[in-house]
Design a protein around this ligand. Sequence first.
Ligand SMILES: [Zn+2]
Length: 364
Amino acid sequence: MVVSDITNVIEQWCPLEFAEDFDNVGLLVGNKKNNISKVLISHDCIESVVDEAIKLKCELIICFHPIIYSGLKKINTNTYVGRTVTKALKNDINIYAIHTSLDNNINGVNKSLADELGLKNRKVLIPKKNTILKLNTYVPNSHLSIVEKSLYEAGAGNIGNYSECSFISTGKGGFKPNKKSNPFKGTVGKRNLEDESKLQVVFAKNLKKKVLSSLHKTHPFETPAYEIFNIENIDSSVGLGCVGYLENPIGEIEFLKLTKRTLNSKVIRHNKITGRKIKKVAVLGGSGSFAIGEVINKKIDAYITADLKYHDFFKADNKFLILDVGHYESEQFTKKIIENFLKEKFPNFAFISSKIDTNPVEYF
Ligand SMILES: [Zn+2]
């Protein structure tokens, strides 16, 4: 097995294209062709986790948070990042970070939080924009069905619960082949008009390479005619956070107790208790103050997140109960999600869950 055998499967599940622009995901240290025999899964990749990988003879660490995040201009051992990367390189250990590619997956970080709280009828809190592309291609009628089939097989044409979605219109395709050409139809040196169909399909942007490769394989033209557009439509399964409903409304204190019990939190910071009932709940693991406006717009009763500043509690404006449960605590199920996914995909390969508690925050 090589690194890419594992990471290619991860990227079908959590495409790198769906990560946030500020993020740094994918293979951060090593080479995709390096051989591996064991994988260590960790929430953070710090020096002690690399030590653990060395001890357990794991050549690949798959972690949630990226160890190299906002750029790395110097690699020296005066910083924890420098020490971690240096130790990984010296010991031929590859490091892969998944982070916001998993955050943006409806079955990622927030799914477990929502599962544990028992939330029903879930949707993404902030659907991600610009994840869908549209292909228009012009195909001779004789080859329409074969091109169409190959595009569906590459993953195009899926919209919500519908597959093989397309729009087809017929018309005339005009072209004049030059002397160097070898046209599928028509006469060299003459203007030709042929019966063609315009085939339109949408696809997720991470499938662009695959969709284009299928088009080129099955389209009979020497130079297939096509256009690809970015479209603003939203895929409701891709995005940050999750909104759902409790089976029965409960009071704020009861909700705080439920959250504390579920997350095994020592401390929860929250805004004033106003006597409201909690039914509609949003969860967003990690730093989630940026979503406060959306929580107000969606008339959510309680919002569980982390890393809130003093003024974020004012921003909530007592319109909902806001809970800061701690960054690590809000993402604590992530390691298990990654582990479960990989063990299901590779039942005969060794995936080891790190025993190191990487939460750097203590409570006194
Ligand atoms: Zn985080």
